[in-house]
Design a protein around this ligand. Structure first.
Ligand code: 8YV
Length: 325
């Protein structure tokens, strides 16, 4: 019997690809660029499963290009806003993700960014490389101590609340804004409005999913509520923060600093003026990028796909109630 076709959209761990290869006719797209929609459409034709990544736009057209054979889309990551889940459900295609395995790594990375911002790490690195380090200057390049600061967390799910735990262990006061009641608060204080959270926080860190409601959640008005001395951290999704408004706020010292692991678009447009600012640290979507965590994400994505190939709904299916197999 012919093995089912599986398409993986980027290079992945060999050990995990070997597991897939054992049960499928495997195609791995290893291009030096992001596959275009047209390239994706031609590669996915006849596939039963797709292993996809955040920058792939997996819409109904891609699903139709795969055809009736397509049963399972395995997203490498916990966020799956790049997959049109409604379009998948309409076509009886299961969508699965990788919750849990990246919580600690991503939350501790957000804390690392907070520390990097507070101690001006990227700026000081440039200072040395640019030959500006001439002598010891006691009042130059001063940062601030996080331990005396208030952290406001927007979105208190798995990753947000784990950051709350790390921050409170580091003697920060933690506030959070979340629509539902979280399972564990780690002693953080719930704030009823986002405005109040923005007004009270020294550092604001974003941990909500990207949805139509959170598109441009932090724009000019919200930035105007923040303290002039405050820092904004975004490790969630780029479009949650309006980049042009953030540029205005940073360049007019409306807020003091920002650290971004995600942008809109990704990669950022290299002509964007925000790249010229010293009070910004910007990174290429690496919050979950450790060998251990990326391997676990890869394993979980493969597990999800193999379950689907065996006609059982993947354990981490996000649209299980809409699927009848
Ligand atoms: C991934 C992420 O690296 O899990 C997520 O939602 O943003 C990252 O951990 C990304 O999804 C890669 O596909």
């Amino acid at each position: 019997m012919n093995k089912p076709k599986v398409v993986v959209t980027r290079k992945q761990f060999d050990s995990e690809m070997d597991r897939l290869r054992a049960v499928s006719d495997l195609t791995i797209i290893e291009s030096d660029h992001l596959p275009t929609q047209e390239e994706l459409k031609s590669k996915v034709k006849g596939a039963k499963a797709l292993f996809v990544h955040i920058n792939d736009d997996i819409n109904g057209e891609i699903m139709d290009a795969a055809g009736d054979s397509l049963k399972i889309i395995g997203q490498f990551g916990v966020g799956y806003d790049n997959v049109d889940v409604d379009a998948a459900s309409e076509r009886n295609i299961a969508v699965a993700n990788t919750p849990g395995v990246l919580t600690e790594t991503t939350a501790s990375f957000a804390f690392t960014l907070m520390q990097a911002a507070a101690r001006r790490i990227a700026e000081c690195d440039r200072f040395v490389r640019d030959g500006k380090w001439k002598y010891f200057e006691p009042l130059d390049l001063l940062g601030y101590d996080l331990s005396a600061s208030v952290l406001g967390i927007i979105g208190y799910g798995r990753i947000g609340s784990y950051l709350g735990k790390i921050a409170s262990e580091n003697n920060m006061k933690v506030l959070y804004y979340n629509r539902s009641t979280p399972e564990e608060t780690y002693g953080a204080e719930r704030i009823d409005t986002m405005k109040e959270l923005l007004e009270k926080s020294d550092v604001v860190s974003i941990h909500c999913p990207f949805t139509p409601e959170t598109n441009n959640l932090i724009s000019k008005k919200e930035l105007s509520y923040m303290k002039k001395t405050s820092t904004l951290i975004n490790t969630a999704r780029g479009p949650i923060v309006n980049l042009d408004d953030l540029y205005d706020a940073l360049s007019n010292n409306r807020i003091a600093y920002a650290a971004l692991d995600v942008t809109d678009p990704e990669p950022i447009n290299m002509d964007h003026p925000i790249l010229k600012l010293d009070n910004l640290t910007i990174l290429p979507h690496i919050a979950s990028a450790t060998v251990e965590t990326r391997r676990k994400m890869s394993m979980m994505t493969v597990d999800n796909i193999i379950e689907g190939l065996n006609s059982s709904l993947p354990t981490y299916c996000v649209n299980s109630e809409k699927i009848s197999w």
